[in-house]
Design a protein around this ligand. Structure first.
Ligand code: NAD
Ligand code: TDX
Length: 351
């Protein structure tokens, strides 16, 4: 196994892995986790174990085609210490993506969010503490709450935590646990807080794939409230390269914000999708707003860029969106089976 950054006493570690490493990726059958596993296989020599409970949000298909001698899937719950313990013991590093991830679901039923995002993270932290295994915690910009539309500020690593939804509060709780385990127990962990991801394999409950698939199926996109809420979009490949940069070169105990300067209002994203399909830009269904709907997220990612030399590859949102639309057009067999149930859930809430 490889020499690991962060072994020993020094908190600052800037050496990369120099041999193949064994990496445990939790939630690796979900949207961002599976894209990260593909990134690892394509760009590193790492051996990967995916630990995933295979919830409704996962897709084994997203891991198809990966080399069996480098990637294996273990089906299990991160909150189950008996499952987690041996997998952590055999790993050089854990990259923790597993979570309940959808804000709207957290408003209908917060319990699994507390269980997976907080208790699950606690179980992983106890295991990496026992085995002195490097840990990277994947989190979200939503822990910082929201910004006003006319505010010039963006989130930085120093922005105070002020989560709005049960989802973001559970992610904030998990971030606090990680920091406490670093400080109290010397766990070798880093944290990243990323903005909204888009790209292939994203569940159709989420904004961009929902609207693309609504239009493909001949319906109107469905926008909450006044549609002026702003999200800071990043392609999931760029999120993956940032996490790898932090895992291999990041300083232990540090937090890095990940963003690609992709601020857009929801209505502007929907108009871009409609334009792509040659449909009128005002062909929009305005639906009930989300309770507690965060107004604007915006990331200042200067620390990641200057300290680790990271740059996003997808600088042009329209190009990344076009590639994502093409992917959903070509992969209807993957998303069609989950589409009906997802829309039935939204319809029951008037959304
Ligand atoms: P996702 O819902 O697509 O995937 C989550 C994966 O975790 C699924 O495969 C699911 O089966 C698995 N999982 C859920 N509970 C589990 C459990 N108890 N044990 C084991 N596996 C379990 O989510 P995503 O959008 O890919 O998000 C991945 C991570 O990135 C999350 O931690 C999320 O908070 C964070 N994040 C997401 C975004 C975004 O835009 N989607 C942005 C920033 C950060
Ligand atoms: O049909 C919709 N119409 C609509 O207007 C949906 C599903 C969403 N929206 C709005 C709500 C948000 O302003 O679009 C925006 C994006 O919504 P989501 O895709 O649900 O993302 P968001 O709530 O911003 O959270 C996402 O980014 C941060 C991820 O789901 C989180 O896991 C991540 O932490």
């Amino acid at each position: 196994m490889g020499n690991l950054p962060g072994r020993g006493d020094g908190p600052a570690v800037n050496s990369a892995y120099d041999d193949p490493v064994q990496i445990l990726v939790t939630g690796g059958a979900g949207f961002i986790g599976s894209n990260f596993v593909h990134h690892l296989v394509a760009n590193t020599d790492a051996y990967v174990t995916v630990l995933d409970k295979l919830t409704y949000a996962s897709s084994e298909a997203s891991l198809r085609g990966l080399p069996e001698d480098r990637v294996r899937l273990v089906v299990g719950d991160i909150a189950d210490a008996a499952v987690v313990e041996p997998l952590v013991a055999e790993s050089d590093a854990v990259v923790h993506y597993a979570a309940e991830s959808h804000n709207d679901n957290s408003l209908s039923d917060p319990a699994p969010f507390v269980q997976t995002n907080i208790v699950g993270t606690f179980v992983l932290l106890e295991a990496v503490r026992r085995h002195d295994v490097r840990f990277h915690h994947v989190s979200t910009d939503e822990v910082y709450g929201d910004l006003d539309l006319d505010d010039l500020k963006r989130f930085t690593e120093d922005t105070p935590y002020q989560p709005s939804s049960p989802y973001s509060a559970s992610k904030a709780g998990s971030d606090h646990l990680v920091r406490a385990w670093v400080r109290s127990f010397g766990v070798r962990a880093t944290i990243s807080n990323c903005s909204n991801n888009y790209g292939p394999w994203q569940h159709v409950e989420k904004f961009i794939p929902r609207q693309i698939t609504e239009v493909i199926e001949g319906r109107r996109p469905r926008v909450y409230g006044d549609g002026l809420n702003v999200r800071d979009w990043i392609h999931t490949d760029d999120h993956s390269s940032a996490v790898w940069a932090i895992l291999s070169h990041g300083r232990i105990g540090e937090t890095y914000l990940i963003g690609a300067d992709g601020e857009k209002s929801n209505v502007d994203v929907v108009r871009a999708i409609l334009r792509h399909f040659g449909r009128p830009e005002d062909d929009i269904e305005w639906v009930t707003d989300r309770a507690g709907h965060d107004r604007r997220y915006a990331i200042e990612s200067g620390k990641l860029r200057s300290e680790l030399g990271w740059e996003p590859k997808y600088q042009d949102f329209d190009k990344g969106l076009a590639a994502t639309i093409a992917w959903y057009q070509e992969n209807a067999a993957w998303w069609s089976p989950m589409k009906h149930e997802t829309e039935a859930k939204y319809a029951a809430k008037g959304q």
